[in-house]
Design a protein around this ligand. Structure first.
Ligand code: AMP
Length: 373
């Protein structure tokens, strides 16, 4: 399976045109070119390097008549100050006088290269000059020059793959990929049990149009509905222990994948271990996304035990009703979860917020951070 998202240097690209679609386009192009040439005419195809090497190879494989193939390349060198950069076409060895020359371009956008090609080949006194391009960007094309055959017109977005590069990488990709922005806002809402993550996430998800995923809530939902996952999680949760990583990570991924149109996520209660944090990073990277920041509610433990016992009076949560279970949750937090502060701090992504105050005050403090991320 081809990757949906690839990273080249610092940028992400998403799959845009499949190799089978490209193959179809090229087959049709070759057919059209052949149909327009007089019978017996032997054209010379000229691929413009580097970008067109794959296209040229596939094109002539689809061209059934006799033909020649050659490649040329633009070499830039610094001219005088007044002329700036000068480009020379290198690699034309054969006499083109009186020949039918057909240029194979991978992509035509502004048309600047095309204009140079016209200029150069005019001097060679060719019989006729035709241009075939695999991709064309009509929105940015600024020249009045004819383009005889266009494989596919595309919008003005940067593409790579199938010979086209981004700063020299990506030519070997078999599909065409399009530049994509990291638009999501993914935030880990962090803090010890009882810090108010759930309450705050409820406020913030609407304000910032994000999807709130609470792993604790998902587990409780499964327990209530007596699913296999619920039965498994219950044994751990009732004692205040963490549910094993594999189970939790798979569940989290499934929750994220249910929300394909999300503008971003608030992760509440996840990650809780370093291996969960690493799994989350890997999972998001594969999607061309990332964690924008960990926003932590900072509250003293003693205050929290009292808060949780109070919540236990109404929440119906067994793990809120017994001080020893609560203490065990703190123990789990201190030994396995608290280190995640270092994990995100090392990436410059940790934001601590004072978690003591009224709900509104704390929402306002968190909002200030969310806005920046
Ligand atoms: P919470 O509602 O976030 O306080 O979570 C309640 C309980 O669900 C925890 O004490 C754990 O037993 C379990 N749980 C929730 N999230 C996770 C997680 N990321 N990893 C392991 N266990 C979790």
């Amino acid at each position: 399976m081809a990757k949906e998202i690839v990273k080249l240097h610092d940028k992400y690209f998403k799959k845009y045109i499949s190799k089978s679609k490209i193959a179809k386009i090229i087959k049709q192009l070759a057919k059209n070119v052949e149909a327009d040439l007089p019978k017996g005419e032997v054209p010379i195809f000229i691929g413009i390097l580097n970008g067109s090497f794959m296209f040229a190879a596939d094109f002539i494989r689809n061209y059934k008549g006799d033909c020649e193939i050659s490649f040329v390349k633009f070499a830039s060198y610094q001219g005088t100050k007044s002329t700036g950069e000068v480009r020379n076409l290198v690699g034309i060895n054969e006499s083109l006088k009186g020949r039918t020359v057909i240029i194979l371009e991978d992509i035509i956008d502004t048309g600047n290269t095309l204009a140079e090609i016209y200029e150069i080949f005019r001097e060679h006194q060719v019989k006729q000059l035709k241009i075939v391009t695999l991709f064309f960007k009509p929105d940015v094309f600024r020249k009045g020059l004819p383009i005889d055959y266009i494989g596919k017109s595309i919008p003005d977005k940067f593409i790579v793959g199938y010979g086209l590069d981004y700063d020299n990488l990506g030519r070997n990709l078999t599909h065409i990929y399009q530049l994509t922005q990291l638009k999501m806002k993914n935030i880990v809402l962090f803090g010890p049990p009882g810090a108010g993550k759930g309450t705050q996430a409820d406020q913030l998800k609407d304000k910032f149009n994000l999807v709130h995923i609470s792993t604790g809530d998902v587990f409780r939902y499964n327990i209530k509905n007596k699913t296999k996952l619920g039965l498994l999680a219950k044994t751990f949760m009732d004692k205040g222990d963490l549910v094993p990583d594999e189970v939790t990570i798979d569940m989290l991924k499934a929750e994220v994948n249910k929300n394909t149109d999300a503008k971003g996520f608030i992760f509440d209660g996840f990650p809780r271990t370093e291996s969960q944090a690493k799994a989350l990073d890997k999972f998001l990277t594969e999607k061309g996304q990332q964690i924008n920041g960990m926003v932590a509610l900072e509250v003293e433990e003693d205050l929290l035990v009292a808060r949780l016992l109070k919540r236990g009076e109404t929440s119906g949560r067994p793990d809120d009703q017994d001080e020893s279970k609560i203490r065990n949750r703190f123990n789990e937090y201190e030994t396995k979860t608290a280190i995640l502060k270092d994990y995100y701090q090392a990436q410059g992504k940790y934001y601590g917020v004072n978690g003591v105050g009224s709900i509104e005050e704390i929402t306002a403090r968190l909002s200030e951070v969310f806005k920046k991320l």
